[in-house]
Write a protein that binds this ligand. Structure first.
Ligand code: BGC
Length: 385
């Protein structure tokens, strides 16, 4: 059944209906109090290199927010939030078609696993055994290795209010022990939040650290740099890194450094400061140790674009957040609407356990054992001043 444009109403206006009108099937709908429709539509979006179908699910909350999510890598390809006049603005970097997502060198919008961020020297010990994982970042392993969860086809299932994606990572995949069953549920909240619930179980002791690698620009994707965005991170400490961006294992107070975001600061205010850590990261590319320490959902960061008045609040129950200022973007990728993506045209706030925790007993453990459940939640919530 096709939804016609008038029926779909304002909330669906931003869902690229024109492009998919013929194929999109509305699969679950409820009428919201604004009269606009909340629901999910899906359509085929591409084929994997081995010929499997990639589907796109378009979630709408009926309040003007929508998210386009594909089954390849669980990638958020578009996230539209209403501006002052209610017009949806896409605030995440991404590509217009499927093919560039096969490589996706910057991990735009992707689910990251089995281990988010880096594992030093691409190895770790577990239960007395040394496991070797792929080196895909100098001497280290980044974001799950050469073929992480970002480049896998996930199985989609609509669940009340959201989309559940499942990926079963076999014992030994990318060197990690144990068959890990990962489930990630995306949903939109009534107050314009993208909620991500992560869940995993294993059949052998393993390590796990799942996150999402969306790049945000609150002025709209492709709308210049994010240096004037005002960033606040609820962290008294961050984890300094070595030249391979592996944490030293120490916690460093942010006090008196360019890493002090306890009060809002423009991202660009101190990014060029003469600071060894900023030089190592080519900007901000660091894990902040959240004051909330994880365990319960708490505000981790708040970001405001002064030009548009749009704000993002990140809530998580994770102990850390990777603040990354798109330092490795160099303008060579062309994204949606033909926009070039130069360095610092977006930022990431990746909620996580600390990088290299499997080799750092001083950090909170990322060990998952059979019978245990890995369960965490992060919300990216938008508002408009
Ligand atoms: C890392 C960066 C890396 C980027 C990949 C971030 O999570 O911390 O160092 O370049 O992901 O796009």
């Amino acid at each position: 059944m096709l939804i016609n444009r008038r029926q779909a109403g304002a909330a669906l206006a931003g869902l690229a209906l024109a492009a998919c009108e013929k194929k999109a099937e509305p699969t679950a709908e409820t009428k919201s109090d604004t009269g606009a429709k909340a629901g999910i539509m899906k359509h085929e979006w591409g084929k994997t290199p081995d010929g499997q179908t990639v589907e796109m699910y378009m979630l709408s909350n009926g309040k003007g927010m929508s998210a386009d999510i594909i089954t390849w890598g669980g990638i958020v390809t578009a996230l539209k939030v209403p501006d002052k006049s209610g017009t949806p603005v896409d605030v995440v970097l991404g590509f217009e078609s499927f093919d560039p997502y096969v490589k996706n060198p910057a991990y735009f919008g992707a689910l990251i696993g089995r281990y988010g961020n880096r594992i030093g020297h691409a190895q770790f010990k577990l239960d007395g055994k040394t496991y070797t994982v792929p080196k895909n970042d100098g001497d280290n392993s980044l974001h799950g290795g050469k073929a992480g969860f970002n480049s896998k086809l996930w199985t989609a299932k609509e669940v009340p209010g959201g989309l559940e994606l499942t990926y079963v990572s076999k014992d030994g995949e990318e060197g990690y022990p144990g068959t890990l069953t990962a489930k990630v549920t995306y949903s939109l909240t009534d107050d314009n939040g993208l909620k991500i619930d992560y869940f995993a179980t294993t059949d052998k002791d393993t390590v796990v650290n799942l996150t999402n690698h969306t790049y945000f620009n609150l002025a709209g994707q492709g709308e210049g740099l994010i240096l004037d965005h005002e960033m606040q991170i609820m962290a008294d400490n961050f984890t300094p890194v070595d030249k391979g961006l592996i944490p030293t294992g120490k916690l460093q107070p942010v006090e008196g450094t360019p890493f002090d975001f306890r009060q809002p600061h423009a991202i660009g205010e101190r990014i060029g400061a003469d600071n060894e850590q900023l030089k190592l990261g080519k900007g901000y590319d660091h894990n902040f140790a959240l004051n909330s320490k994880g365990g319960t959902l708490a505000t981790a960061a708040k970001v405001k674009d002064p030009k548009t008045g749009r704000t993002l609040e990140v809530l998580t129950d994770q102990p850390g957040i990777q603040f990354y200022t798109g330092n490795f973007l160099d303008g060579s990728l062309t994204g949606k609407g033909g926009k070039k993506y130069p360095q610092r045209c977006a930022f990431c706030l990746e909620t996580q356990h600390f990088p290299d925790a499997p080799n750092k007993p001083e950090f909170a453990s990322t060990l998952l054992k059979p019978g245990q459940e890995y369960k965490t939640t992060t919300i990216y919530k938008f508002s408009q001043a």
